[in-house]
Design a binder for this molecule. Structure first.
Ligand code: B12
Length: 474
């Protein structure tokens, strides 16, 4: 059997500048299938890295003649490109099996299988074992009805097999299949976070999160039990990527690195391996940063140059309704200051469009962002991702005005608030970027900064790339 994993052509998220990311989700799956399904031949086509459009992808499917096409899921905003890849596959040959997965199709599995005949199978939740057993069943070594985590159509009916328990030990997973995209490894880059000439790779440190922020689809998908790879394993993955492909900038996928002993051990491992020229990005909570401030110099020494912090809101009611216990103004400001003292670039994210938001409350948020003063602020609209509590409430109460999944990228407003129309929320988002980055002292400080990341980021902003992108949304 031959499986073609596909990263379809799609737009990049302009807020973060220019980048080409490795399609980590399907590389993890490809690595697992290679290790567990001897009979399978694997190919990965990455349309971003190869510069392929839809016609190019059609030609690749034709020439590869796969038995199965499996497009990468990632986010709700990619739902249509996944469907388009499945549809294209069926046009090339209706006999090719299509399998989709990831957060969006897991949350809306029933609707997806009923509405889109181009999808044969949905793998719900964690993909590795379910896909592997699906392959076995299709090859006659098992029954479809016994593959946990699988949904499909049978006759006129949609069948949902029972859920699959999560893999207990992430260390048991094979190394991700980066060798399937070996020829592109020098093509992957993240211009702002490293630079265009620094090969970029994604390293998965853990799955799941112990927190349960109401807008986040992660904890519902992976569960609240946080499963982590060991520090040795993570550093080994970094080391191998460095050695085999020259990767020197890593994005750690952990939703919350949870600064503490594990992070300290990870830094020790990186330092021990003498990965002196690598840098890395992570996401962390500001309360953890403040609590573990003594760890920051070691993190910087180990190459951590950029940290993303969810600062969210200045309103304690909104923070409470997001279930952001432990986050407040003093932690936010404290964390940003500590990162600056330790020469780590801080990206603070803020959310507008809560049901209670008004022009005044968003103005207060702008002032808060200005005061907290992260190196960059990323303002986002509250987006009801399927699978979240917010989605369920918003759907039930009829708040969602825009059902175009491509717009679920947190820069399109898809819901109004009690006091603002959807268009006003969108206009306010523009106002937030304009107020933060329009500040001349901040721009001057950025462009003149000694820190190359800060300089690069503000040069990108100075070219008005974000503002132009945002304006085009109207
Ligand atoms: C790295 C990352 C990025 C990178 C790019 C990654 C890439 N590969 O292209 C960048 C920075 C570019 C990015 C951009 C965006 N991202 Co992002 N990103 C992540 C992050 C941190 C890690 C993704 C990852 O590799 N995870 C590990 C892999 C193994 O998990 P996975 O992809 O889910 O795949 C597993 C299963 O889902 C399933 N599966 C997935 N696809 C498929 C397909 C098949 C066929 C099968 C069988 C199974 C399957 O099997 C896999 C193995 O178990 C996640 C958070 C997280 N920790 O996962 C957010 C996350 C995916 N991003 C998110 C969002 C919203 C975005 C953006 C819209 C921007 C934004 N506002 O943040 C853009 C969209 C860009 C675009 N056009 O694609 C949200 C998605 C929420 C949602 N429900 O839609 C997440 C969950 C963050 C969050 N906490 O909310 N992102």
């Amino acid at each position: 059997m031959r499986i073609l994993f596909v990263e379809p052509p799609k737009d990049f998220w302009f807020i973060m500048g220019q980048y080409i990311p490795p399609p980590f989700g399907i590389l993890a799956l490809a690595g697992y299938i290679e290790a567990h399904n001897d009979s399978v031949e694997i190919e990965v086509v990455d349309c971003q890295a190869e510069g392929l459009d839809w016609d190019g992808l059609r030609r690749r499917i034709e020439s590869s003649q796969p038995d199965v096409v499996a497009p990468s899921g990632l986010s709700t905003s990619n739902a249509y490109v996944v469907l388009r890849a499945a549809e294209l596959t069926k046009k090339v040959d209706p006999g090719i099996m299509t399998v989709v997965g990831g957060q969006h199709f897991t949350a809306l599995v029933d609707e997806a299988l009923r509405a889109y005949r181009c999808i044969d199978f949905v793998v719900r939740g964690e993909g590795e074992m379910t896909l592997s057993e699906l392959v076995d069943a299709v090859e006659g070594r098992g029954l479809l009805s016994e593959v946990k985590g699988l949904s499909f159509r049978k006759g006129g009916e949609v069948i949902h097999n029972p859920d699959r328990p999560l893999i207990c030990d992430l260390g048991s997973l094979p190394y991700p299949g980066y060798h399937f995209v070996e020829e592109h490894m020098k093509t992957y880059y993240f211009a702002l976070m490293a630079d265009k000439n620094t090969p970029f790779a994604i390293v998965e440190g853990s799955r799941g999160c112990r927190h349960d922020c109401s807008y986040c689809s992660q904890w519902g998908f992976w569960g609240r039990n946080h499963r982590a790879k060991s520090p040795e394993r993570i550093a080994d993955e970094m080391g191998r990527l460095r050695e085999e492909y020259g990767s020197r900038f890593f994005w750690l996928t952990d939703d919350n690195l949870g600064l503490g002993e594990r992070t300290s051990d990870l830094c020790n491992e990186i330092i021990k391996r003498d990965l002196y020229d690598v840098t890395w990005f992570c996401q962390a909570r500001c309360d953890d940063i403040v609590r573990n401030k003594e760890l920051l110099p070691k993190m910087r020494e180990a190459g951590n140059t950029w940290m993303l912090l969810g600062l969210d809101s200045s309103s304690s009611e909104i923070l409470r309704s997001f279930r952001r216990d432990g986050i407040d103004g003093s932690k936010a400001k404290g964390a940003v200051d500590l990162l600056r003292e330790n020469d780590v670039f801080s990206q603070g994210t803020f959310i507008i469009g809560h049901r209670s938001d008004s022009h005044e409350s968003i103005e207060a948020l702008r002032k808060y962002a200005d005061w907290a003063d992260p190196d960059i602020a990323t303002f986002m609209t509250l987006t009801p991702f399927p699978g979240t509590d917010i989605f369920e409430v918003a759907k039930r109460r009829g708040w969602i005005e825009d059902w175009n999944w491509s717009n679920y990228d947190m820069v399109h407003a898809v819901m109004p608030t009690e006091r603002l129309t959807r268009e006003e929320v969108q206009e306010e988002l523009y106002g937030c970027y304009d107020s933060f980055f329009g500040s001349w002292p901040r721009r001057y400080r950025g462009i003149m900064s000694k820190n190359p990341i800060t300089r690069r980021t503000y040069q990108y902003l100075a070219r008005q790339a974000i503002m132009t992108g945002l304006r085009k949304l109207f």
